[in-house]
Design a protein around this ligand. Structure first.
Ligand code: KG4
Ligand code: ZN
Length: 332
């Protein structure tokens, strides 16, 4: 089965072609329109998706050496995400499905991240425990099967990536802040400052990152300006360490609760090497196998949407063409 998938939930315009469970192409066009504003501007994002989508889909087809005539199924992210952004990819995909009389699958973006580790490990099958860390979400999910999930923990306020982006802004670093903080943290000493990790009075491994962000802000404000680079590097390292501790602590709790044997780590923040190596050590020391996709599949991409649609097509009927874009679409 040859499938074309489109992802446009935030600021990446992406299209992928998958044949019989194998990715043939995965084109990701990032938008640099937002850099000067220090964050994604929704209206600019939807306009940029409109400008790019035709070329991105054409390039995905040509890289896959596939013609539109060979496409048998179409899929697109239908939520969660920015309404204007979602509508571009979803409407484009539904238009192809309608005009060519092809089955269509509307895919939850989070479901895409949940199975993204399977793209390079097709033998990885549920059940597994998945930690999704991105700009919009921080979720611990027990994956039983495609479409069968148990949410164990989630953030009460900011997402992990959002915290990276906000702290980067405090330190005067450009958007997106995650990679900038990681690079700066390499030159810093995490022990030079200690930032607190929120401890929530609940049994669920939930997260909270807004207090950490505020702690960084208050610490930074009381330093004499201009703050030397070395001091900024220490703050970046200590902040990153606090995020990693929070994620590792809750993952450990979830591992004990579920007696998981396989762990996956996905989403944009999963590109962080300090986080990856800490969680890999944690999983392996508990006798669990650890999987985290390469960078191209961590960040928002259509390959993961294609894979989730491929899995769905084995169990579920196609989605109706009346499927709309839902900005706060829940996983369950
Ligand atoms: O999954 P993603 O590409 O988009 C969303 O669905 O949100 O995640 C983007 C987030 C941003 O907040 C970005 O700062 C963060 O991932 N990020 C990182 C790193 N690379 C990207 N955070 C920490 N370390 C990184 N190396
Ligand atoms: Zn995402």
């Amino acid at each position: 089965m040859t499938l074309l998938a489109i992802e446009s939930s935030c600021d990446e315009t992406s299209a992928a072609v998958l044949r019989d469970g194998k990715i043939l192409s995965n084109i990701i066009a990032s938008q640099d329109e937002h850099i000067r504003y220090g964050g994604v501007v929704p209206e600019l994002a939807s306009r940029a998706h409109i400008a790019k989508i035709t070329d991105v889909v054409a390039l995905a087809l040509s890289r896959a050496e596939t013609g539109m005539d060979e496409i048998e199924t179409v899929a697109a992210t239908c939520g969660p995400g920015l309404i204007g952004s979602l509508l571009v990819g979803l409407t484009f995909a539904k238009g192809i499905a309608l005009s060519r009389k092809l089955p269509f699958y509307g895919i939850n973006h989070l479901e895409g991240h949940l199975f993204s580790a399977c793209l390079e490990n097709p033998d990885l099958k549920p059940p597994f425990l998945s930690l999704i860390v991105s700009g919009g979400h921080t979720l611990l999910v027990q994956v039983e099967a495609i479409g069968r999930y148990r949410i164990l923990g989630q953030t009460r306020d900011d997402a992990a990536g959002e915290a990276f982006d906000k702290v980067a802004k405090i330190l005067g670093l450009p958007y997106p802040g995650g990679p900038e903080i990681e690079t700066l943290a390499e030159k810093g000493d995490a022990a030079a400052v200690t930032f607190p990790v929120a401890s929530l009075k609940t049994d669920a491994p939930d997260f909270s990152f807004s207090g950490l962000k505020t702690a960084v802000l208050y610490h930074y404000r009381q330093l004499a300006a201009p703050v030397p680079e070395a001091q900024k590097a220490n703050i970046a390292a200590a902040f990153q360490d606090a995020v990693v501790r929070a994620l590792a602590g809750n993952l450990e709790t979830a591992m004990q609760q579920t007696k998981a044997k396989r762990i996956t780590l996905a989403g944009g923040v999963a590109q962080n090497e300090t986080l990856r190596s800490r969680l890999q050590r944690l999983a392996e020391s508990a006798g669990c196998a650890f999987f985290s996709p390469r960078a191209e599949y961590c960040t928002d991409n259509a390959a993961m949407i294609a894979y989730a649609a491929f899995l769905r097509s084995g169990t579920f009927p196609p989605s109706p063409l009346t499927t709309g874009a839902t900005p706060n679409l829940p996983l369950l």
